[in-house]
Design a protein around this ligand. Structure first.
Ligand code: X5A
Ligand code: ZN
Length: 671
């Protein structure tokens, strides 16, 4: 449906006119560096370009006092000395004669973006703006921010579009205290911010940036602060914060619109943030937000002061908004102890207000100190923990993963190898319906060990599946859907796994729904992570062989995905994902779509879905659309997880946390 990019060159005009080491980092090149890189990558050209307009006095008045707006208006005619004197009345602020114009364009850009998304002209978008907005308050400029662009956009979405639930995700490295103050008693705006805090020793040094500031009055629980008490937070810490804190609340909140205070000073290299997250991480954060609100995501630039890191991170964000698969994350996926402490304290502070956090044990787990390296980072994950039957060597770095990092996404995003005659009716035009099939002799050879694949129809389906899988492994196709005959579902899946492993996949994640057992002769070498959802009981037979019952309620399904499937998947870092809807999977279209959409964040989007032959064309259609990058439909208000679902999850977490650190949402107590 398209991605908007809202910009106006005039926003490069405002700049610092005197010496001020604190403010000099907020400079015009921030915008030009980001835009130039978007052009170089061909991303700008794929967006709907919108020229920013100025916000009106009334629109600014949605969050600012008339006196403050006229004060800023008057800066247009001040001389340099007067500008400097006025700037000194605020914290970390400079005014320039063009500030009023730029700041009105920045706020107007956000309004245009929200209008474009909420009228259905586009699915999502980014406003590239300066000055930034999230520190600005009703009657005060602060932290380089003059008008609160995101807050104005939220107020406008409520007032002009009648929205009732807006999620604001502030991934800038500073606390957007301005947004917090403006909505702290408003339950229609859920504000999430993570920020460098260092126990209050980092700017803006506010007590109310801590995790126990949760909103007031009607808005209790609608302010979510995640203070980072150490620098150096990286990809694993950010993804863990999303999976274990933001997303459970966001699904429960069920927003109609997601606004992102998209500051990139939380990325590696930034002098303000001192964090470690790589630009690819922002592709993942964006991707994880796109499963909310039917994909209506409006991102607006806030901070970001390392030009290279900023430009790359902006590209990652736009590329993901455009629907391209996220590049795999680099580095060990192990959140640090300090991050877990922060996540845990935010979960504890929010638990009274959110059902999705209740029922779950929120106290720290005691363990022996030996699991910790001196600096608090756990040792690297190695296959072969106490539950692993055969000790296994660590898998070699994947050549497929390397390829995925270097190559652009294949031109064919999604291919469907299904024979149902009415399938074409439900497929978007750019999803290819595959005609080809693997060679007959080859197909027969792969089928030979399996009795259930002897029948003609089973062989035909297998031939098409093998052909599709080769296309994916060769990089011609990104994702696909293939059929499994009901009687041969397990055998077909087994062949797909073997074929994937022997044709270049180093780490294969298999998510099997319904009654599908792990193929008996699958090697325990750590190259396959088998996860069955639909087992009789929760069981971790090894760290690579996990089964859990199919959750019965939407709430249980969500906590299974966020609390189990995705942490395992992000920890495993597969280069191929198979998701099989087997006999008795019982998934509704929207649930299956959500699972497939979220798994697309792994393996560079290289996901092969296996459906039973007699699945409805509607199910195939919805899966084809999410695999090509469309947003899954929103699930609506979620029911709570059943006590059985919560117990299964808690049990598996307890078993698997020592090996799969991404499952942790609380620090270990060193006893
Ligand atoms: C938008 C933003 C930071 C202000 C830092 C002042 N502001 N030391 O990143
Ligand atoms: Zn910032």
């Amino acid at each position: 449906m398209g991605t908007a990019l809202v910009y106006h060159e005039d926003m490069t005009a405002t700049r610092l006119l005197w010496d001020d080491p604190e403010c000099e980092i907020e400079r015009p090149e921030r915008l030009t560096a980001a835009l130039d890189r978007l052009r170089q990558r061909g991303l700008e050209q794929r967006c709907l370009r919108l020229s920013a307009r100025e916000a009106s006095k009334e629109e600014l008045g949605l969050v600012h006092s008339p006196e403050y707006v006229s004060l800023v208006r008057k800066t247009q005619v001040l001389g340099e000395e007067e500008l400097q004197a006025l700037s000194g009345q605020f914290d970390a602020i400079y005014f320039h004669p063009s500030t009023f114009h730029c700041a009105r364009l920045a706020a107007g850009a956000g309004l245009q973006l929200v209008d474009a998304v909420l009228t259905g002209a586009v699915q999502n978008g980014l406003a590239l703006v300066r000055p930034p907005g999230h520190h600005s308050q009703r009657a005060a400029a602060n932290g380089f921010c003059v008008f609160n662009n995101v807050a104005i956009a939220a107020a406008h979405a409520k007032q002009k579009h009648g929205l009732h639930r807006i999620l604001i995700v502030d991934w800038d490295v500073h606390h957007g205290q301005g947004i917090q103050y403006l909505f702290e008693d408003d339950p229609s705006v859920l504000y999430f911010s993570w920020h460098r805090y260092e126990h209050g020793r980092f700017w803006p040094f506010l007590r109310e940036s801590d995790a126990d500031a949760v909103g007031r009055g009607q808005g209790l629980g609608f302010t979510v602060n995640l203070p980072w008490n150490q620098v150096g937070m990286g990809n694993a810490d950010y993804v863990a914060a999303f999976l274990h804190l933001l997303l459970p609340l966001a699904f429960e909140f069920d927003p109609e619109l997601v606004l992102v205070s998209a500051g990139f000073d939380s990325a590696i290299g930034d002098p303000e943030g001192q964090m470690q997250a790589t630009p690819e991480c922002f592709a993942h954060l964006t991707h994880l937000l796109q499963v909310l609100a039917g994909g209506r995501v409006c991102a607006m630039l806030e901070g970001g002061y390392h030009l290279e890191s900023l430009a790359e991170s902006v590209c990652m964000t736009v590329q993901t908004l455009l629907g391209d698969p996220a590049p795999p994350l680099s580095g060990l996926m192990v959140p640090c102890q300090s991050a877990l402490e922060s996540i845990q304290s935010a979960r504890a502070a929010q638990a009274p207000y959110w059902k999705s956090l209740q029922l779950q044990d929120v106290t720290p787990v005691p363990t022996s100190p030996s699991t910790h390296s001196p600096e608090g980072r756990p040792p690297p994950l190695l296959p072969g923990g106490p539950m692993c039957k055969a000790a296994a060597p660590a898998p070699a770095p994947s050549s497929l993963l390397d390829q995925l990092c270097l190559c652009p996404a294949p031109s064919v995003r999604t291919t469907v190898a299904l024979t149902a005659p009415d399938i074409t009716l439900v497929l978007p035009p750019d999803v290819i319906q595959q005609e080809g099939s693997a060679l007959r002799e080859e197909t027969e050879a792969w089928a030979r060990p399996h009795e259930s694949l002897a029948r003609e129809e089973a062989l035909t389906a297998l031939g098409k599946l093998l052909y599709l899988l080769d296309g994916m492994l060769d990089g011609q196709v990104n994702s696909g859907i293939a059929a499994t005959p009901a009687s041969a579902a397990a055998a077909t899946l087994d062949v797909a796994i073997q074929r994937g492993l022997s044709h270049g996949a180093q780490r294969l994640l298999c998510v099997a729904l319904g009654q599908l057992d792990r193929p008996p002769d699958l090697a325990h070498d750590g190259r396959t992570l088998w996860l069955n959802i639909g087992g009789k009981e929760a069981a971790a037979l090894s760290m690579f062989h996990v089964a859990t019952p199919l959750p019965v309620m939407t709430g249980g399904f969500l906590s299974c995905i966020l609390g189990l499937v995705l942490p395992l998947a992000y920890g495993f870092q597969p280069d191929l994902v198979l998701v099989a809807l087997g006999p008795g999977h019982g998934l509704q279209g929207p649930h299956a779509a959500l699972l497939a959409a979220m798994l697309r964040g792994l393996a560079g989007g290289r996901v092969l879905a296996l459906l039973e032959e007699d699945s409805t064309p509607q199910l195939a259609g919805i899966l084809a659309r999410v695999l090509r990058g469309e947003a899954p439909p929103s699930l609506g208000p979620s029911s709570v997880a059943s006590p059985e679902d919560v117990q299964a999850l808690m049990y598996l977490r307890g078993q698997l946390e020592p090996q799969w650190k991404m499952l942790q949402c609380r620090p270990h107590l060193v006893v």
